[in-house]
Design a protein around this ligand. Sequence first.
Ligand SMILES: NC(=O)c1ccc[n+]([C@@H]2O[C@H](COP(=O)([O-])OP(=O)(O)OC[C@H]3O[C@@H](n4cnc5c(N)ncnc54)[C@H](OP(=O)(O)O)[C@@H]3O)[C@@H](O)[C@H]2O)c1
Length: 324
Amino acid sequence: MIRAGIIGGSGYTGGELIRLLINHPECQIGFVYSTTRAGSPVYKAHPDLLGQTDLLFVDQVDPEVDVVFLCLGHGNSGRFLKDWEFNPATRIIDLSNEFRLEEKASLRKRTFVYGLPELQKERIAEAENIANPGCFATAIQLALLPLADQGLLSDKVHIHALTGSTGAGAGLSETSHFSWRNNNVSWYKPFTHQHLGEIYRHLNQLQKASTDLQFLPLRGNFARGIFATVYTSFGGNLEDAQMYYREYYREAPFTLITEEPPDLKQVVNTNAAHIHLHLHEGVLLITSVIDNLLKGASGQAVQNMNLMFGLPETTGLQLKAIGF
Ligand SMILES: NC(=O)c1ccc[n+]([C@@H]2O[C@H](COP(=O)([O-])OP(=O)(O)OC[C@H]3O[C@@H](n4cnc5c(N)ncnc54)[C@H](OP(=O)(O)O)[C@@H]3O)[C@@H](O)[C@H]2O)c1
């Protein structure tokens, strides 16, 4: 049995990890650390877990657990690892953006490998620590990796990605306030979103020639999911494109090419990414949908843990979509 610690347990990604790991056949939760709720039952922060776990939040760590998931806001992961020492053999999976870029991918003696299995499953299997990808970065890279792999990103790439309110975490803000968010849509950080750095870095790993990404993030009035549309010039026909995508994802159990245009509900509450291709007058439209808290965060973190510990990557991740 793998023993896991979760840091930031009362937040959204921490809550998702608890839900996944209490049902994981090869992993048990050693502790759930919280700065604000130590001594309180986990189900008080996550009422849907009533009857499913007797765990209490704690404010101490067990430094000997096999794996630690850091589910903290930007800038807190490195600080936490400086404050708390873990056994050097303890694997760290960080869900923040702190270790995703090359120049920041190490801290003291720890080096972090970027945890997108569809990009580098073998490196993840040998990694000691993982920088888990961002949610937009996951949806967008899954839309573009097969084209980069073929060296076909030659023109500008236009990206619109609509996210639900859980993407911004559990803390209340003006744009997650119900009265504002309900029945509303807006864009933010046009062409400058912080996930662009990790997307460029890893597309360049496959295709050396520079790529120009025009990314407009959008806020939607729903709680979960990312609906991304990505389009760029493409010289071939639709069958060529579908062949590249099916071939690239042939060993990716969660990333599936759909024949019909996808909608969000078919992936929400699952670790799946559904990708659809449409060609119109030399422009390839790629639609990529994921659950931001699962394939975009905690589900992918468990997928990475499975790979690191030699388990089938789908272990504990056979989840059911809501559907309707
Ligand atoms: N939400 C998403 O869809 C998503 C997707 C991909 C990646 N991420 C990344 O995952 C990380 C967590 O996101 P989230 O949505 O779960 O955020 P969140 O709901 O705001 O939860 C973060 C938790 O961190 C703890 N915390 C806050 N300040 C802390 C500090 N100074 N030291 C230690 N713990 C602290 C708090 O939990 P306690 O009160 O229990 O300590 C808080 O609930 C972020 O870096 C985010 O960018 C999020």
